[in-house]
Design a protein around this ligand. Structure first.
Ligand code: NAP
Length: 253
C-alpha cells in the first residue's frame, strides 16, 4: 500500500498539450493514480483518440489553443462547468524551432514565446483565479534542462524555458499565500515527436547517451513519478522549485 502522503485519488487534473508525448504520459500517470483527467490540445480528433487509450472512465477532452487568451478563458470555464473544480494543472504544451539565431525570424520568435511561455501565464492565471479563491491547488510547469543551459541553434527555446523557470518562482510568490503550490519539472532529452530529428541523428543521439550519466535517452514514463510527487500532499511545503529529471545531465560537464 502506498503512503497516504502520495494519495491523489479523486483529484481533477488538466494537462495541456496532452494529445501525445510527455503530456499524454503524464495524463496517463495521473489517471492511473486515480485522478479525473482532462486532455488538451488543438486537434479534437487526436484528443479523442488519445483519451480512448487511457485507463478508466474519468478521462475528458478540452480542445483549445493555449496561446489565445479568450480561448483559454472559455476553455477553463468550460472544463470547470463540465468536469468540476481543477485541483491540478500541468502546463506542458510546448514546441521547438531549431535554427541559428541570426536566421531566426520575428514570427518564429513570437510563435515559440507564445507557445512555451505565454501559454503558461494564460492557462496558469485562469486556473489560479479559481484555485486561489478555493484556497488550494497544484501547478506544475514543464520546464527543461534548457531552463539552465543552452546549445547552438535553440537560443529562443532556451529563453522560453529559462523564463518559465522564473515564471514558476513568480507564481509561487503570488499564489503561495493562497494555498497554491507552483513548481517546475525539467525533463532532459526524452524521445518524443519533438525530439525525433535528434533521435534520428545518430551522431547527436550518441552524444546524448555519452553526455548523460544514466547512459540513455529518457522515456516519457521517466517523468511521471516527479509530477505525481509535486501534485501530491507530500509536496504541500514544496513550491517554486524545478525538479530536473534528466538522468543527471545538468549535474555534470
Ligand atoms: P510534442 O510531442 O511535440 O507534443 C506537444 C503537445 O502540445 C501536443 O499534444 C500538441 O498538440 C500540444 N500543443 C502544441 N501547441 C499547442 C497549443 N498552442 N495549444 C494547445 N496544445 C498545443 O512535445 P513533447 O516532447 O511531449 O514536449 C512536451 C513539453 O515538454 C514541452 O513543453 C517541451 O518543451 C517539454 N520538453 C520536452 C523535452 C523532450 O526531450 N521531448 C525535453 C524538455 C522539455 P496539438 O499539436 O494537437 O495542439
Amino acid at each position: 500500500m502506498s503512503h497516504p502522503l502520495f494519495d491523489i485519488s479523486g483529484r481533477t487534473a488538466l494537462v495541456t498539450g496532452s494529445s501525445r508525448g510527455i503530456g499524454l504520459a503524464l495524463a496517463r500517470g495521473l489517471a492511473e493514480a486515480g485522478c479525473t483527467v482532462v486532455l488538451n490540445g488543438r486537434d479534437a480528433e487526436r484528443l479523442e483518440r488519445a483519451a480512448a487509450e487511457l485507463p478508466g472512465d474519468r478521462v475528458h477532452v478540452a480542445a483549445f489553443d493555449v496561446t489565445d487568451g479568450p480561448s483559454v478563458a472559455a476553455g477553463i470555464a468550460d472544463v470547470e462547468d463540465r468536469v468540476g473544480p481543477l485541483d491540478i494543472l500541468v502546463n506542458n504544451a510546448g514546441m521547438q524551432l531549431r535554427a541559428p539565431l541570426l536566421e531566426f525570424t520575428d514570427s518564429d520568435w513570437h510563435r515559440i514565446l507564445n507557445t512555451n511561455l505565454t501559454s503558461a501565464f494564460l492557462v496558469g492565471r485562469e486556473a489560479a483565479r479559481r484555485m486561489t479563491e478555493r484556497g488550494h491547488g497544484k501547478i506544475v510547469n514543464i520546464c527543461s534542462l534548457q531552463s539552465e543551459v543552452a546549445r547552438p541553434g535553440i537560443a529562443p527555446y532556451a529563453a522560453t524555458k529559462g523564463a518559465l523557470k522564473m515564471l514558476t518562482k513568480g507564481m509561487c510568490a503570488d499564489w503561495g499565500p493562497h494555498g497554491v503550490q507552483v513548481n517546475g519539472l525539467g525533463p532532459g532529452y526524452i524521445e518524443t515527436e519533438l525530439t525525433r530529428p535528434l533521435v534520428q541523428d545518430e551522431e547527436f543521439s550518441a552524444w546524448v547517451r555519452r553526455r548523460t550519466p544514466a547512459g540513455r535517452w529518457g522515456r516519457t514514463e521517466d517523468l511521471v513519478g516527479g509530477v505525481l510527487f509535486l501534485v501530491s500532499p507530500a509536496a504541500d511545503f514544496v513550491s517554486g522549485q524545478v525538479l530536473y529529471v534528466d538522468g543527471g545531465m545538468t549535474s555534470v560537464l
